[in-house]
Structures are given as structure tokens and as C-alpha cells.
Design a protein around this ligand. Structure first.
Ligand code: URP
Ligand code: ZN
Ligand code: ZN
Length: 459
């Protein structure tokens, strides 16, 4: 077993901050302290001047996913490799049940794509798109597989959406087995009506994607999801929450002592709807929900600091520019999604920590620790403690660098952040004790990534 001593880093977790050494033995952390002795044969990493945080967890990614007539362009191999370059050592990908088919069939299909190919660690959420008596029987089987979170779509009618009757039944069943229900909370019927109206009026540029999903569509569904969760008593989590109206529904729920977990995504903190101009360029940011307004960004930053927003993910769902052209004449045919898996942590460090919007502790919470707790991986993942997986990220806090599609590792030919100059560079990443990335080079290969079985929420 290889051991590794990391000396003199500023080690930051969700509740501590000190300059010390970390001893890694095999895949896990063996000791943390000042002036740790160097074991014979150990390798040394000098982390002087570096910040060391727990490996990032991105609980919202879509890898190699069949969607809107095509597949997202990052595979489990390319997507997890790119994630590692950006300090994200574990991702949670979505398995999509096909309506009329079983959860098991979908799981087998996704396992076939990810097993032996992922470079970084991964787990799965199960997206239930057809809740019926036989799906109901499968919930306990998924929990036994270590898949304890169940995703619902309140939009994408005819493909992924479930109705409220299915939502109630699913929540009741998931609660029985100690799991968590998550939701893409937007009002699918209302959105489909607005899309049809815009298309009929000949309004077909990407900007009408944004105008077909106004804030109310998200606020309404977030409130409905929250209310049904309150009735059933299930652990609930809203994915990719973007706006003030939706967060106010969660705030309202806290008044009756209900806890609903909230994830936002890096793009909703940093980008806004002014990117949807009159040409096709806006297709780069056609995602659901769409980008919002500056006032929503302020709400989300405040929500993080108020503890209402616990997680910053990406909803990484990349498509090549040619795939985006599927909607060249009709915004409703543009595959929804944008690439971000590689830059979530550096963007949040530069624009959040370095610009004084959030503390380093908050950064660790929302990029790693909270997701580990909510999704049942803590303390194996999400912290730096003795016995935890040695998933460690070494950041040079002052180093400047520029984002570009020319240099990124994601399998997509544009960047939503082209030319952005960031301060703070992820230099070295360890995954289960192995140096996975160092100075821009990948050091672990295809198949190094392991499936992470998850337990109940312990938040
Ligand atoms: O635009 C998005 N978000 N694409 C991926 C599917 C989803 O809704 O999360
Ligand atoms: Zn979604
Ligand atoms: Zn998504």
C-alpha cells in the first residue's frame, strides 16, 4: 500500500481551518496533525501556500444521457475525467426509467455505460418517470443497491414528467424505505402551453425558450412539491433552483418547521438572461430552468449564506454545437443543457470566495460536505478526517487562469464561460489516495472510478 505525506497545507473543512499535514495510507486518510513524521517509503507533497479542501461532489450531472433525440456528449469516462480536473472527485448521475419499463432495466443500461469506464467516483440517482404498482415494488430494491435518492420531473410531459398522483405514491413509498425524493420543479403543462403559443406566433429563437419558462412556472411547482412532501413526510430536495419565487416557497415551508433541501447550480449564480439575445448564440445557455435575472442571483447568494441553499451543483448536460443546431429553426428542439462539470469549483472559488461573497467554510459545505450528508456518503466522502477516503483538492488561491474550450477536458466544443479569467487554480487532486490530476495532467485511467453505494440522509 502506498503512503503519502502532504505537508504544510491550509486544511479547510466545513468546520475547521488549520495549517497541518495529512498522512494518506492506501485509499484513506490515516493521520492529520502538525509535524507528522515521514514514514519510510512514503511519497511527499509539499502543500505550502496551498488550500486543501475535501474532494468535490457534484450531485447533478447527466453523462451519456439519451435526451431530446440525442445523447449528452460527455461519457462517464470523459465527464468524470473533466470533473477530476476541476476538483470534483465524485459525481451523482441520473438513471432515467423509460416510461412503460422497469427501474431495473434502466439501472442495468446505465451500469453498462459507467462500469469500467468512469475515471472518477460516481453514484446514481434513479429518475422515476412512470410510478405504477410494479415500480413501487422496485423502490426497496434500489435502496438495497445503494441508490437512495429518487428523481422526479414535473416537466417534460410525454417523456419524463409524472403527475401529482404518481408524486404522492412515490413519496409515500420512498419514505417507507428511508430515501429522498428530488424534483425538477417546474410546471410542465404551463411551459408546454407557452412554448406552443410562441411557436404559433413564429417566435422561434432561443430567447423564447427563456420566455416560455417564467419564474412563476418554477415557483408554483416548487411550492406544490414542497406541500406534497410536507404531507407525506418524505425527505425532499429541489434540484437546480434558480429564482426568488421558488426560494420563497422553501422559506415559507421553514415557517411550519419543514426542511426542504435546495440545490442551485453555478450558472444561476453567475450568468443571467441577458445572454439570450436575438440570434442563435443563446442556444449555448438553453437549459431548463433558463438563466434568470440579476435579482435572482442576489437571492441565491443570500440563500447560500442563510443556509436555505445547501448545494451548488452543475446540472452538467453538454451538447456539441452541432447538436444544438437541432433547434436552429425552433427553440423547442434545442437539446437542453450546458457544460460546467469541470469549472464549478474554480468558478465558485474565484467568484464566491475570492470576491468575498461566501466564506471558505461555506465553499466546502456547498461543493462537498452537504451533498455527502444529504445523499448518504458522509463521512466516507465530503470531509477530511481519519478513515475518510483520501479525496483531496489542492488549490493555489492566487493563481490566475483563463477558461476556454481550447483547453478544457469536457467533450464539448464550446464553453459557456469562454475567456473568463479566474483567480484560484486547482493544482493537484487525489482520489482515494491516488494522485488523479497534477499540474494539468491526468494520472489515473479509464475504470479507476468506483460506484459509491449510498445510505440514508444524515443531515
Ligand atoms: O437543461 C437541462 N437542465 N437539461 C438536463 C435535464 C434536466 O432538466 O435536468
Ligand atoms: Zn432538470
Ligand atoms: Zn438535470
Amino acid at each position: 500500500m502506498v503512503s503519502l505525506l502532504i505537508k504544510n497545507g491550509r486544511v479547510v473543512t466545513a468546520d475547521s481551518d488549520s495549517v497541518c499535514d495529512i498522512l494518506v495510507d492506501g485509499e484513506t486518510i490515516a493521520a492529520i496533525g502538525k509535524n507528522l513524521p515521514m514514514p519510510a517509503g512514503a511519497e511527499l507533497i509539499d502543500a505550502t501556500g496551498k488550500i486543501i479542501v475535501p474532494g468535490g461532489i457534484d450531485p447533478h450531472v447527466h453523462l451519456d444521457m439519451p435526451f431530446m433525440g440525442t445523447f449528452s456528449s460527455d461519457t462517464h469516462e470523459t465527464g468524470t475525467r473533466a470533473a477530476l480536473h476541476g476538483g470534483t472527485t465524485t459525481v451523482i448521475d441520473f438513471v432515467l426509467q423509460k416510461q412503460g419499463h422497469s427501474l431495473r432495466e434502466a439501472l442495468t443500461e446505465w451500469q453498462g455505460r459507467a462500469t469500467g469506464t468512469a475515471v472518477g467516483d460516481y453514484s446514481f440517482h434513479m429518475a422515476v418517470t412512470d410510478f405504477n404498482p410494479s415500480t413501487k415494488e422496485e423502490i426497496k430494491d434500489m435502496v438495497a443497491e445503494g441508490i437512495t435518492s429518487f428523481k422526479t420531473f414535473m416537466a417534460y410531459k410525454g417523456a419524463l414528467m409524472i403527475d401529482d398522483a404518481q408524486m404522492v405514491g412515490l413519496m409515500q413509498e420512498v419514505r417507507k424505505h428511508g430515501g429522498l425524493v428530488t424534483a425538477h420543479a417546474t410546471n410542465g403543462d404551463m411551459i408546454d402551453t407557452l412554448i406552443a403559443q410562441h411557436r404559433a406566433a413564429g417566435k422561434r429563437t432561443p430567447r423564447y425558450h427563456y420566455l416560455s419558462q417564467p419564474e412563476v412556472t418554477e415557483a408554483e411547482a416548487s411550492g406544490r412539491f414542497t406541500d406534497i412532501a410536507n404531507y407525506t413526510g418524505v425527505n425532499a430536495y429541489i434540484v437546480h433552483l434558480t429564482c426568488e419565487g421558488a426560494l420563497n416557497q422553501v422559506r415559507r415551508a421553514t415557517e411550519r418547521n419543514q426542511r426542504v433541501f435546495v440545490e442551485t447550480c453555478i450558472q444561476y449564480l453567475l450568468l443571467d438572461a441577458s445572454l439570450y439575445g436575438d440570434d442563435f448564440e443563446g442556444a449555448k445557455w438553453v437549459m431548463s430552468p433558463p438563466l434568470r435575472e440579476k435579482k435572482d442571483q442576489q437571492t441565491l447568494w443570500a440563500g447560500i449564506n442563510q443556509g436555505l441553499v445547501q448545494v451548488v451543483g452543475t446540472d452538467h448536460c453538454p451538447f456539441m454545437w452541432e447538436q444544438k443546431q437541432m433547434g436552429a429553426d425552433d427553440f423547442s428542439k434545442i437539446p437542453n443543457g450546458h457544460p460546467a462539470i469541470e469549472h464549478r469549483m474554480e468558478l465558485l472559488f474565484s467568484e464566491g470566495v475570492n470576491k468575498g461573497r461566501i466564506s471558505l467554510q461555506k465553499f466546502v459545505e456547498v461543493t462537498s460536505t452537504n451533498a455527502a450528508k444529504i445523499f448518504g456518503m458522509f463521512p466516507r466522502k465530503g470531509t477530511i478526517s481519519i478513515g475518510a477516503d483520501a479525496d483531496l483538492v489542492l488549490i493555489d488561491p492566487e493563481k490566475k487562469h483563463r477558461i476556454s474550450a481550447e483547453t478544457h477536458h469536457m467533450n464539448v466544443d464550446y464553453s459557456g464561460y469562454e475567456g473568463w479569467e479566474l483567480t484560484g487554480k486547482i493544482e493537484t487532486v487525489l482520489l482515494r489516495g491516488q494522485v488523479a490530476v497534477d499540474a494539468g495532467e491526468t494520472k489515473v485511467g479509464r475504470g479507476y472510478g468506483q460506484f459509491i453505494r449510498r445510505g440514508p440522509t444524515i443531515y
